[in-house]
Design a protein around this ligand. Structure first.
Ligand code: FIX
Ligand code: ZN
Length: 414
């Protein structure tokens, strides 16, 4: 059906509202992973985005906050950010969107009442509810093979098809001495100076874990000053181990660049900052390894245009998401518009980065709305050229943006 300008908005909104999402990067785990899966109102309030905001008002030393129980911390954050101030920051609004979508009376501001529901609901039921409410097909996890707790769950072979594996290589690539010691402890014959068959043993480790967790990609988060190539264990492991194994398995290597880790360590997880990255490292990787596939997200706003331009040059580069400090309405709007203008339909506009299961609701509710508004403008501009906008073509594009492009990229072979 060819759409008039007036019908475009309705069709785009419906398509975006109903599409089943593949969330390509989260920090969520299946219920079988015990305490690793965070959920419920107290976890929502203790999200590190909110901790950072609450600490700006707090007059207590950081240690006093960390010494509180989780519930006390949640109370403290609720009072500071929701009672003593209006909660219009994106992270605060998110908590309220969640409560609203789950049918709570947000106007009552009754935290004790909200808690009652979370204290009584069964986790299995709640996971089903969140996936259904959020129209989420599946989420990609962040799986750290160097985390002993997580390793234990994988060695037991627990699987849930809604949660896809992604092998996270931060320890291997950002802290080689620690990774090397652990690998030796697990029986791999590796040495810190890379003598003997160290590279071969790391490749063996990567293959085993990619297979064990059925990973859809390998990933690493990198500091803002990441450079490649360079004379470092990280560069060497990427070249001799990560890229060969990713290539042989035809899996993407996801680079998340731009963090200033622990800019303020007193804030723990809330203490990371952002720095502008050098996109030349991405350009080099894409051009030097044309048979490898790269998914890239950059943390600094200033890097977004360069990344989109790089993606026009390299088909083996898939930009994804508006990461972390970029996941704010004004920036998602700006970045998504720019990507549409430079890349058409060929990118992954968003991931949730949810750390708390419930956040799948608000993060996607907010992103869906902004992406839909951008698309309405783009199809309207298109209609004004005389091009016929077909409703099934709108649905086709929306499917790609919210999942198809990810799965298609996994299939492609360069
Ligand atoms: O490294 C990452 O995957 C980051 O997304 C997180 O570690 C970060 O703390 C976060 O939660 C951002 O949204
Ligand atoms: Zn993340």
């Amino acid at each position: 059906m060819v759409l008039s300008e007036g019908e475009i908005k309705k069709t785009v909104y419906e398509a975006v509202e109903n599409v089943e999402i593949t969330d390509v990067h989260t920090h969520l785990y299946p219920p079988s992973f015990g305490n690793m899966l965070l959920w419920g109102i107290d976890e929502l309030l203790n999200y590190h985005y909110l901790v950072a905001e609450a600490m700006r008002w707090a007059d207590i030393p950081y240690q006093d906050f960390w010494a509180m129980s989780k519930r006390e911390q949640a109370d403290f954050i609720w009072k500071t950010l929701f009672v003593d101030n209006s909660p219009y920051s994106e992270a605060c609004r998110g908590v309220l969107t969640n409560l609203h979508k789950l049918g709570f009376d947000v106007a009552s501001r009754d935290l004790i009442k909200y808690r009652k529901y979370f204290d009584s609901v069964s986790l299995e039921e709640y996971v089903d509810r969140i996936f259904k409410e959020g129209r989420i097909k599946c989420v990609v996890m962040t799986n750290d093979p160097f985390n002993e707790e997580e390793r234990g769950y994988w060695l037991k072979g627990l699987k849930d098809s809604r949660f896809k594996g992604a092998l996270r290589l931060d320890v291997l690539l950002n802290n080689w001495p620690e990774a090397c010691a652990k690998l030796r402890q697990w029986g791999y014959e590796v040495s810190e100076d890379f003598s003997g068959d160290t590279a071969g043993q790391i490749r063996k480790f990567l293959r085993e874990w990619m297979d064990r967790i059925e990973a859809v990609y390998m990933a690493v988060s990198l500091p803002w000053d990441f450079a490649y190539p360079e004379d470092s264990p990280r560069s060497r492991i990427i070249e001799e181990c990560v890229l060969p194994v990713a290539g042989e398995l035809n899996k993407p290597f996801a680079l998340m660049i731009g963090v200033k880790r622990q800019l303020n360590p007193g804030l723990k997880d809330a203490g990371d900052g952002v720095g502008r990255a050098d996109v030349r490292a991405v350009e080099y990787l894409c051009s030097r390894y044309p048979h490898n596939k790269f998914m890239v997200t950059l943390l600094s706003r200033e890097n977004q245009h360069e990344l989109a331009v790089a993606a026009r040059k390299f088909r083996n580069l898939m930009p994804f998401g508006c990461w972390w400090f970029l996941n704010n309405p004004s920036l998602v709007d700006e970045i998504t518009r720019m990507r549409c203008e430079l890349l058409g339909v060929s990118f992954i506009p968003q991931h949730s980065d949810a750390r708390v299961l419930d956040q799948l609701i608000y993060k996607w509710e907010h992103s869906r709305k902004i992406i839909a508004d951008v698309l309405v403008d783009k199809y309207t501009d298109l209609a004004r050229t005389g091009w016929a906008i077909e409703s099934q073509e709108v649905r086709r594009d929306v499917e790609k943006l919210f999942g198809g492009n990810f799965w298609g990229f996994l299939e492609r072979k360069f």
